[in-house]
Write a protein that binds this ligand. Structure first.
Ligand code: BGC
Length: 772
């Protein structure tokens, strides 16, 4: 079924009427599948549940304080709290209440470091972090970015990113988050939120929900409304909302609603998504803030569950009128203000929070250096998220003897030397909004709000040169030619290429001719060509991967400011590679099917139907029998591992029933029993090679009626040569459940579940079964 434009308009109108007249719907269940709303239809869910702090003692205490605070405010002050102002200091700043000593909340981007500031760090992108598959590093990253934001007095980090999930392979923002697997995104989101909030900063998990492409993400005067992502109920739960459950479970104090429409109702006025799923089903206690300029209505958004509008666009000035004339209740307004203050108290920001010290770049200001020793962590994550995918005859690691004469090619090897005239560009071509674009030098991050502000960049050329100097070797280089001269005595040619991507547009290709020609041209004259690829998203390699002179290939991701140091750690074997791909690399672009490109629709009410359901990335490749070039979860090491001794133990203190029990109070993150660990699964990983290395052991479950296998656990273990370590996977009720659209509940099935443990989604070494 394809929804017609008139139907789309009708739904929006119905939602509006429903809230204007105060018509109220409960979260419903259905008696059969035909009653379940099809994608394209967003059922109205009203009123907004009031936040109440029942999730934990800490939330309860925060709510007591928040209510006391809000009780002292007059109407204008309450309204003022719900509005964000974009200032030259904060990207968004909510209204203050000076007489009560509350200065408002300062919001800043973002997910990989503070944007547009000096003496802050440029962390690797979210996709790079995901490629580490390392929960400890995810936590440490969250803690470190929060230390920096807090050090500058920022209250709310606009991150982490849990969506785009990466449905659209060429989507412009896929690199900001972990990639197309909900389980991996969920773990990363949970760890980041915990790391951020353990350090006292409010995490704002974004974007809620279905913001999977940049094309027509916002309405325009010329074309019409924004794209509608039409997603069925099961897919919403099992794929797109899933990771946010982890973020909420970890306590996320804020959530950002997204730009586009969701089932034909703007996300920031979508009562099903905010009142229904987020605040009822998932028990969200914090506040929802609009993406910047993402609020498209007044009454409708207020009653659908939006709590804070960013930034001031005029709509919200009418909130006082809306409350006075009854179209928005005073209880709703109180709830908006209370939710915001509850997050503030939940994070204890009322107790000695640093003063705000964010400054515009063109105003002289004292140095506030918040970087601490984060460069070490950045370097470690940079190396841990570097993925080795080809290594013929042990080309890598390089040694002093095999790399005495090194040649370096490609603009991606060095920070661009040319100065830019644009004053907002600094650091050799870096732009506060756009990062570096393709021809601007080595790619350390992508563009847009997910970008960051490097205090310096250690380029690959700089770091390699340093190593070559130490080894008493020599270098030749050419950063610009597409067909450079290779000196006959060169022992190894390092070719650097990249693939840029940014917020606000989607990519047109997963390859580029200049770079592919460069690799082939060098390889023609150099029998030991090593390719290093920095990429914001998926980058295909078919035109040269089988070239026998291409002896090693490294996906170096988006590593942040220590790019060169991290790379040298891997190239010279100081660190054994352990990164694994967090997305599938296909042999050809068409293999991604319909979701290769963003949906293009020129109509006034554009529609993007997510008809593939949960079948994106490896789920689709597995179902279709498509052979990828490099599968999800793949990555090589300098050592080898064997897998043995699979063990499955049922936790005897939890009941395994079909549904989670009724009459249990929902807490933030959803039904608490979904998080019960039902099974502990483990395997022994033995290092059979010669060097120490870490292995990411992955657990895949074959859940009946779902894709043939889905990631449901991973454990990264460090193992010394000839030693063994145990990889442990805790499998929760949710991990084994599917979403029952009729009952509107997660449900286990009385069936056999296949259990596979392996080194990637296709290199499955151990198999067993769980019988429920
Ligand atoms: C992005 C958000 C970002 C906000 C503020 C928007 O364009 O979609 O992710 O946090 O801008 O910069």
């Amino acid at each position: 079924m394809r929804i017609s434009h008139s139907a789309a308009a009708l739904i929006t109108t119905n939602s509006l009427l429903a809230c204007v007249s105060g018509y109220s719907f409960e979260q419903s269940t259905y008696t059969n599948e035909s009653e379940v709303p099809f994608y394209g239809l967003s059922p109205p869910v009203y009123p907004t549940p009031e936040g109440n702090g029942k999730s934990s003692l800490a939330w309860a205490a925060a709510y007591v304080k928040a209510r006391e605070f809000v009780a002292q405010l007059d109407l204008e002050e309450k309204v003022n709290l719900t509005v964000g102002y974009q200032t030259s200091v904060c990207h968004g700043h909510t209204g203050s209440v000076p007489r009560l000593g509350f200065g408002g909340l300062c919001f800043e981007d973002g997910p990989s470091g503070i944007r547009g500031q000096d003496f802050v760090s440029a962390f690797p992108a979210g996709s790079h972090l995901a490629a580490t598959w390392d929960k400890n590093l995810m936590y440490a990253y969250g803690k470190a970015i929060a230390e920096e934001e807090k050090g500058k007095g920022v209250n709310v980090i606009l991150g982490p990113v849990g969506g785009p999930a990466g449905r659209v392979t060429r989507g412009g923002r896929v690199w900001e988050g972990p990639g197309p697997d909900p389980y991996l995104i969920g773990i990363q989101l949970g760890q980041l939120v915990t790391g951020i909030q353990d350090n006292g900063v409010i995490a704002c998990s974004k974007h809620w929900l279905f913001n999977e492409q940049e094309y027509r993400r916002l309405p325009t005067i010329n074309y019409g409304e924004a794209m509608s992502s039409n997603v069925d109920d099961l897919t919403m739960h099992e794929l797109y909302a899933w990771p946010f459950m982890n973020a909420l479970r970890a306590g996320s104090g804020a959530v950002m609603c997204s730009y586009q429409r969701a089932n034909n109702s703007y996300s920031c006025q979508n009562s099903k998504l905010m009142n229904g799923v987020l605040k009822t089903e998932l028990g969200f206690e914090g506040f929802v803030v609009s993406d910047w300029g993402g609020q498209q209505s007044g009454v409708a958004s207020a009653n659908a569950g939006l709590d804070v509008v960013m930034p001031w666009f005029g709509w919200w000035q009418n909130l006082t009128t809306m409350v006075t004339n009854g179209s928005v209740s005073i209880e709703r307004l109180d709830d908006m203000a209370t939710r915001q203050m509850a997050s503030y108290y939940f994070l204890k920001q009322d107790e000695k929070y640093p003063d705000l010290s964010i400054s515009p770049y063109n105003v002289q200001h004292p140095i506030i250096d918040v970087r601490d020793n984060h460069s070490q962590l950045i370097r470690e994550i940079g190396a841990a998220g570097t993925v080795l995918v080809k290594n013929t005859n042990k080309t890598l690691p390089l040694k002093a003897s095999t790399a005495r004469f090194v040649s370096i090619f490609g603009y991606d090897a060095e920070v661009k030397a040319e100065a830019w005239e644009d004053p907002t560009r600094y650091g050799g071509g870096y732009d506060v909004n756009w990062g570096w674009n393709t021809f601007n030098g080595t790619l350390i991050t992508g563009g847009g709000s997910g970008s960051n502000s490097p205090p310096y960049v250690v380029s690959p050329f700089q770091a390699i040169q340093q190593r070559v100097v130490a080894n008493k070797g020599m270098l030749r280089w050419d950063f610009f030619s597409g067909n450079p001269t290779v000196e006959a005595s060169t022992q190894v040619c390092l070719v650097f290429i990249n693939s840029y991507s940014s917020e606000s547009f989607d990519r047109l290709s997963l390859t580029d001719e200049f770079s592919d020609n460069l690799v082939n041209n060098v390889a023609t004259n150099c029998s030991n060509t090593v390719v290093v690829l920095h990429a914001a998203g998926t980058r295909l390699v078919e035109s040269w991967i089988d070239n026998e002179n291409v002896t090693a290939v490294i996906y170096a991701g988006l590593p942040g400011q220590e790019a060169g140091s991290s790379l040298v750690d891997i190239l010279f074997g100081d660190v054994t590679p352990s990164g694994k791909l967090s997305h599938t690399v296909a042999r050809k672009e068409e293999d991604y099917g319909e979701v290769l490109n963003s949906t293009i629709d020129y109509s006034a009410f554009p529609q993007s139907n997510f008809t593939e359901g949960v079948y994106i990335d490896y789920r689709a490749f597995d179902r279709n029998g498509t052979v990828p070039r490099f599968e999800f979860g793949f990555g090589l090491s300098y050592t080898t591992f064997t897998y043995s001794n699979i063990s499955i133990v049922q936790r005897d203190n939890v009941s395994v029933a079909e549904y989670p029990s009724k009459n249990i109070s929902i807490v933030q993150g959803g039904h608490p029993e979904l998080w019960d660990v039902l099974f502990e699964i483990s395997a022994v990983i033995t290092n059979t090679g010669e060097v120490a290395g870490a292995e990411v052991a992955q657990l895949y479950l074959g859940i009946p009626t779902a894709p043939v296998r889905q990631l449901r656990g991973f454990d990264k273990v460090m193992v010394q040569p000839e030693e063994a370590a145990t990889a442990l996977f805790e499998v929760t009720r949710r991990d084994l459940s599917t979403w029952d659209v009729v009952a509107q509940e997660w449900k286990l099935q009385k069936a056999n579940y296949t259990v596979s443990i392996g080194a990637s989604s296709r290199d499955l070494r151990l198999n067993s079964t769980i019988v429920l």
